[in-house]
Design a protein around this ligand. Structure first.
Ligand code: AMP
Length: 217
């Protein structure tokens, strides 16, 4: 099962991807996570990406396309994959089509998680992530048991540089302008399934899982 998760920042793509990984045993390919890892390690790629990320802008297409091309060639993607945060532009979607053609694969479904801007802002500015294991918390909806500390590994919780309100609004704008056109792109291919992302995490997953159950692969 080869999936794309579409939706604005803070729509719950990462959270839902983890549920799908658990239930279906296919890997999550998050370009955001891969880029953050490169930034943390201080690699050439990370140095290139950081400026764009901190400003809430998209990293240049050719950079992310290269990362995804290499990742999709790995053998754990043979049984399927979940693309989370990619593609984000029409150029990325077209490149993905070419990569999948080369690999003899195709996308089975695009899950389009819809959440309005004000809800996104409310979610993201209260989001905290674990420095060590990447677990994600929300100060109001899903607070850690002990303030500032990860329930899972005890790591320190921090706010992503791009999770501040002005950056979040910039990211939403970028989403509307550059990523939302992808809904139309994939609708033409008959692949889009709209999901109301304002429900509870469990209910959103139920709705997604209903879609996945119907997909014949
Ligand atoms: P995310 O964790 O998916 O919200 O991504 C965080 C940031 O990484 C984005 O705001 C972009 O700066 C960058 N990024 C992640 N995925 C992509 C992509 N497919 N194309 C361009 N930039 C990306």
């Amino acid at each position: 099962m080869n999936l794309i998760l579409l939706g604005p920042p803070g729509s719950g793509k990462g959270t839902q991807a983890k549920f799908i990984v658990e239930k279906y045993g296919i890997p999550q390919i998050s370009t955001g996570d891969m880029l953050r890892e490169a930034v943390a390690k201080g690699t050439e790629l990370g140095k290139k990406a950081k400026e764009y990320m901190d400003a809430g802008k998209l990293v240049p297409d050719e950079v992310v396309i290269g990362i995804v091309r290499e990742r999709l060639k790995q053998s754990d993607c043979d049984k399927g994959f979940i693309l989370d945060g990619f593609p984000r532009t029409i150029a990325q979607a077209e490149a993905l089509d070419r990569i999948l053609d080369e690999l003899g694969k195709r996308i089975d479904a695009v899950i389009n998680i819809q959440v309005p801007e004000e809800e996104v802002v409310k979610r993201i500015v209260n989001r905290r992530s674990c420095m060590k294991c990447g677990a994600v918390y929300h100060l109001i909806y899903k607070p850690p048991k002990e303030e500032g500390k990860c329930d899972k590994c005890g790591g320190e919780l921090y706010q992503r540089d791009d999770d501040r309100e002005d950056t979040v609004r910039a990211r939403y704008k970028v989403y509307r302008e550059q990523t939302e056109p992808l809904v139309d792109y994939y609708q033409k291919k008959g692949l889009v399934h709209d999901i109301n992302g304002t429900k509870s995490i469990d209910d959103v997953f139920k709705d997604i899982d209903e879609v996945l159950a119907k997909i014949k692969v």
